[in-house]
Design a protein around this ligand. Structure first.
Ligand code: FAD
Length: 331
């Protein structure tokens, strides 16, 4: 069995349509380097992985396993499950890290069945125990109000890591060892993509998932028109825009911007909540943000229980002053 820093730790790399690693890769490889030797596993089209391998070395992968698949583009997750199952054998790995995204969460569950493992879900930190024998996963539960830990005794430990939750980064590896293999065809039934259409984002702002700064607005913003206040602050901070469910339900902004239990989970460096009361379902999606700033006219609003900095005041009075001040300090 692998002990601290000696074992290979597999990391599933999600890639963009252009074949580059997605932003989740750096944190996952950093987490892997903290407990062992990071092995990046990526599904690629045949012959298309050389640049990707070099990039993964930059992000700290000591080994890169390129699983070439003809069907990856048309089968949801099947190639990734097959690639990881093969790599577990090839690298004698006992821990696999995946991003806690919708696609990779499905891969994690299927891998647990295919390779006989157990899943530790939505993990925010990972380490070895004091004896250096067991891998311990940390979870932020009940909206981040409590921390809990889990491990897998015997068998493969499959860990989905909350994007943005791991700050550690692995040192660059100039010449990672690269293995290329065809993904074995799986007989297991998998969902097939029969049609896809690209939705083009019509914004220059960063995507909510993985953004370093998020400015969110709630029902307190009052109307769809007034929501431009949230966008204005986001723009001066170079931030993504988010919202509470009440703001979404009121039609101020589409559902894809919702932060919380039934929306997107974010862990930015800075989260600014404007006119948001801080219900537990909202906090579930933002409470692990590094610094939280809340502006609310009700000094008893629960958002202040989790805020690092709070302003009791009217967003329509405070936010324009804030924007002016930020601009003044820049000029
Ligand atoms: P409110 O609770 O109405 O709060 C508005 C706040 O704005 C108040 O605190 C008020 O003091 C303040 N305010 C008003 N005017 C001003 C002003 N001019 N200046 C400053 N402050 C002002 N919610 C989510 O956000 N995300 C989820 O994913 C989510 N999932 C849910 C899942 C379930 C199963 C359930 C039951 C609920 C879920 N909710 C979710 C809803 C959640 O319980 C709350 O209802 C919601 O978060 C409230 O949104 P809000 O804070 O914008 O509105």
């Amino acid at each position: 069995m692998a002990t601290e820093n000696t074992g290979n730790v597999l990391v599933l790399i999600e890639t963009t349509g252009g074949g580059s690693p997605k932003s989740t890769a750096a944190g996952l490889l950093g987490a892997a380097a903290g407990i062992g030797i990071p092995v990046a596993v990526a599904v690629t089209a045949p012959g298309g992985g050389a640049e990707l391998a070099a990039r993964l070395g930059d992000l700290g992968a000591a080994h890169v396993y390129l699983a070439e698949s003809e069907t990856a583009a048309t089968e949801l997750g099947s190639a990734a499950v097959g690639a990881l199952a093969d790599a577990v054998q090839a690298y004698s790995a006992s821990v696999v890290l995946l991003p806690a995204t919708n696609d990779s969460k499905a891969v994690a569950g299927r891998l647990a069945i295919a390779a006989g493992g157990s899943v530790a879900a939505d993990v925010v930190g990972i380490r070895y125990d004091e004896e250096g024998q067991e891998v311990i996963a940390s979870h932020a539960v009940f909206g981040g109000d409590f921390s809990t830990e889990s491990t897998v005794e015997g068998g493969l430990m499959i860990v989905t890591v909350r994007p943005g939750s791991v700050e550690a980064r692995a040192g660059a590896v100039s010449n990672p060892e690269v293995r290329t293999a065809a993904v074995a065809a799986t007989a297991a039934p998998g969902a097939r993509i029969v049609e896809a259409s690209e939705s083009v984002a019509v914004t220059d702002r960063p995507a909510l998932r993985g953004a370093r700064t998020v400015v969110s607005g709630g029902r307190g913003v009052g109307s769809k028109e007034a929501f431009s206040l949230v966008e204005d602050l986001a723009d001066v901070l170079g931030a993504a825009v988010g919202a509470s469910r009440a703001a979404v339900d009121a039609g101020y902004i589409p559902q894809s911007y919702q932060v919380g239990q039934t929306g997107v989970t974010v862990t930015p460096e800075l989260y600014v909540a404007l006119g948001i009361s801080g219900a537990i379902q909202h906090r579930a999606g933002m409470q692990t943000s590094k610094t939280i700033v809340a502006i609310n006219k009700d000094g008893d609003a629960p958002i202040f229980e989790v805020a690092d900095f709070g302003v009791v005041g009217d967003v329509f009075s405070v936010v324009p002053q804030l924007i002016t001040e930020i601009n003044n300090r820049r000029n």
